[in-house]
Ligand binder design. Sequence first.
Ligand SMILES: C[S@@+](CC[C@H](N)C(=O)[O-])C[C@H]1O[C@@H](n2cnc3c(N)ncnc32)[C@H](O)[C@@H]1O
Length: 426
Amino acid sequence: MADCAAMDADTAQARETAEGLRAGMVDRLRDQRWVRTRQVDAAMRAVPRHVFVPEVPLETAYADDSIVTKRDTEGTAVSLISAPSIVAMMLDQLEVEPGHRVLEIGAGTGYNAALLAHLVGETGQVTTVDLDADLVDGARWGLSAAGCGHVRVFRGDGEFGYQEHAPYDRVIVTVGAWDLPPAWLDQLAADGRLVVPLRLRGSLIRSIAFERVDGYLRSQSIEMCGFVPMRGAGAYERCTVPLTDEGDISLQTHDEQTVDTVALGNALNHPRTQVWTAVPIGAEESIEWMELWLACTMDGLCRIMVQPQAVERGLVKPAFGGSVAVFDQDSFAYLTLRPINCAEDANHKGTTRAGYEFGVCAHGPGSTELVGRVADQIRTWDRDHRSGTRPQIKAHPAGTDAPLTGQFVFDKQHTRLVVSWPETSK
Ligand SMILES: C[S@@+](CC[C@H](N)C(=O)[O-])C[C@H]1O[C@@H](n2cnc3c(N)ncnc32)[C@H](O)[C@@H]1O
């Protein structure tokens, strides 16, 4: 009896600790504007995230980080619970209402499905699918332990949605997609909304909220995110191109990009070419729209992955460990930054915060030409598209003859994506 009483006290204390940590997490997410609505705030306060990741300490469960929950035989992460900030942002994009029927692709731990269940309430329905039986079992267990046993969890390839419970008012994809397969649109209600982390080109992925308009989908919001790639019928592969023998610098490309790995592997034997663009970026400002512009204008958009020791060796100096980069045959270029005081920049009067200037570094036989092209595109974005209305993405069925003048087109297997950038003048 004494042991049981002690266990009860321990459990009560653990619950209290978890509640405190959860409240702190949601307070921070609200202050940082990741949580923007009362409904998402309430759902995140109610659903115990730690129940879905029982293997980590409570402090880890309530930090704003993703946690890998399954790796493949090569050690690559195939399932994880997304960072709470990304979860909140996508729920905000989804605009779920009580009574909605929601389909989630990528059940993972079941945490997001539990939040969806809270948002749709007793009159709504949540269906979630995952590819692997062990993940489905884990999600069912977590949902039941969190009091959300009514969420329906199925094993299946999310490429085909889940026809039995269609139509859905909302479809949310929580795994990286390269295309919009027909099932997602067929199973979405006429006035429904789809939120999907969609890879446009190379490693450029954005969480896009789409709604239907006259036979196509139009973006309602576009947000930065990162996701593990889909497996199954809609799978796509990331490719790693090592640039050093040590493997501490590499380019991350994707399977639809044709890469001469031998020629690129020699690029670092050529000296660095570098230009500064005179384009500033505030210390708190996001580079997401500039990256999207480069994805639209540069075929070889990829990412340079750099270990700290490679920077210490002075080989490269990227803006970040996973900076945006561009390859072209035997050469590659990447983004770099240097600190400036924006107030002193004659071209950008009125900017008073300290910040950085965009630069571009390149290596390889074609580095001079490539560095110039990338820098020109950064200046074009700054001059014509930086301020004012944001770009819009339309998704048409593949084969559509949409008017394309002045727009960027990404042809996928099922979809023609068209990105349009309204021009702005300073
Ligand atoms: C980032 S995790 C999802 C996180 C999850 N929503 C949660 O709250 O824990 C991505 C999930 O997508 C799953 N997945 C990958 N390809 C899939 C496919 N074709 N169909 C269904 N699920 C898939 C993975 O197994 C993984 O569990």
